[in-house]
Design a protein around this ligand. Structure first.
Ligand code: COA
Length: 323
């Protein structure tokens, strides 16, 4: 016994910043950003807290699943972090929903949603009737250095959620981790113990070797998709859609070319949202669900990569009858 997705939800902050808007902060251009990444705009949490968007996505998903928060047995929140280190974002979502179940955050960076699905799957394998909320939320605008044009332009904020119930949607799943601090790192504050006072405080913002991540990402998408499709006993032709992590359109196009999969199979939202980290895949899944693009029996592959370095991919056979 595994799970079926019985509801999806998402939320984006109100403030939209176009590429042209960013020229106020550093020397860049719409042409550079679009040609290197495919990103045209991103949503930024200014009026909203991280909890606000997490809660909105969760409520949308509960509504779509036609269930009450009290029916939830577990809340898993893939995130790099909410408004506070503790309480976890998951616990604050639980409080606001007035749910009564155990709740915790999970950090697998941009691969977090697929890590969340894999973890949830283990609970369903216990053969218990359950309802699990996986709500992936990140506010990258608070973690990037707005003086570094090479990284700030890539990211945005958002939340995407799914409600899982007992079922058989999951056909294959794979996670990988390759510890690497150099390729992508967001350092934590070192604290203020008096014995540390002469030490230099490192920048708390995202540091990235773009080339290394790019090469890693293309290889990871190809390896992971080949593996999960084989595990599921199908071929790429059998897939109706692939939802890739929305980090860079060029990465997606390179992987598509290597795998000889037509770009039309890849669901994209990168132009309007940029890289929303863990939220990127469930944001697209919810958009497709709301647009009525997902029909029972359709096969969908998800593929993510991110800090850690982590990767994850899975094949789902959609069973939900209508939005
Ligand atoms: C970051 C990334 C877009 C850079 O693309 P690229 O084509 O390799 O660009 P380069 O790093 O070679 O930079 C080329 C030039 O553009 C400049 N540049 C960087 N950011 C710029 C910006 N926002 N606007 C204008 N110029 C910029 C650089 O300074 C460099 O100038 P130089 O040649 O004079 O030194 C690309 O490497 C990438 O997407 N990597 C993956 C990152 C990712 O997905 N991270 C998240 C993982 S979850």
């Amino acid at each position: 016994m595994s799970f079926s997705i019985i509801g999806t939800g998402s939320a984006l902050p109100k403030t939209i910043q176009t590429n042209d808007d960013l020229t106020e902060y550093f020397e860049t251009s719409n042409e550079w950003i679009v040609s290197r990444t495919g990103i045209e705009a991103r949503h930024i949490c200014i009026e909203e807290s991280i909890l606000d968007i997490a809660l909105e996505a969760s409520l949308n998903a509960l509504d779509n699943a036609h269930i009450n928060p009290k029916e939830l047995d577990l809340i898993i929140c893939p995130t790099l972090g909410g408004d506070t280190v503790t309480p976890s974002l998951a616990c604050l979502i639980q409080e606001k929903l007035e749910a009564t179940c155990p709740s915790f955050d999970l950090n697998a960076a941009c691969s977090g949603f697929i890590y969340g699905l894999d973890l949830a799957d283990a609970y369903f394998c216990r053969n218990r009737e359950m309802k699990i909320l996986v709500v992936a939320v990140d506010a990258m605008s608070k973690l990037v250095d707005w003086k570094d044009r090479s990284t700030a332009v890539l990211f945005g904020d958002g939340a995407g959620a799914a409600i899982l119930s007992n079922g058989d949607d999951l056909k294959a799943i794979r996670l990988t981790s390759v510890g690497n601090q150099h390729a992508l790192c967001i350092p934590w504050a070192k604290g203020n113990h008096p014995l540390l006072k002469d030490q230099e405080t490192p920048s708390p913002y995202l540091l990235m070797d773009g080339d290394e991540v790019y090469r890693f990402a293309v290889a990871a998408i190809c390896n992971d998709l080949k593996t999960v499709v084989k595990q599921a006993g199908i071929t790429f032709e059998d897939l109706d859609f692939i939802i890739p992590h929305q980090a860079n359109l060029r990465i997606i196009k390179s992987a598509a070319k290597r795998l000889k999969i037509p770009m039309e199979k890849f669901a994209l939202q990168i132009n309007s949202c940029g890289n929303t980290s863990a939220a990127s895949i469930p944001l697209v899944l919810d958009e497709m669900n709301r647009q009525g693009k997902l029909k029972p029996g359709m096969r969908i592959a998800l593929s993510a990569f991110g800090g850690g370095l982590t990767t994850g991919a899975c094949v789902l056979e959609w069973s939900k009858k209508s939005f």
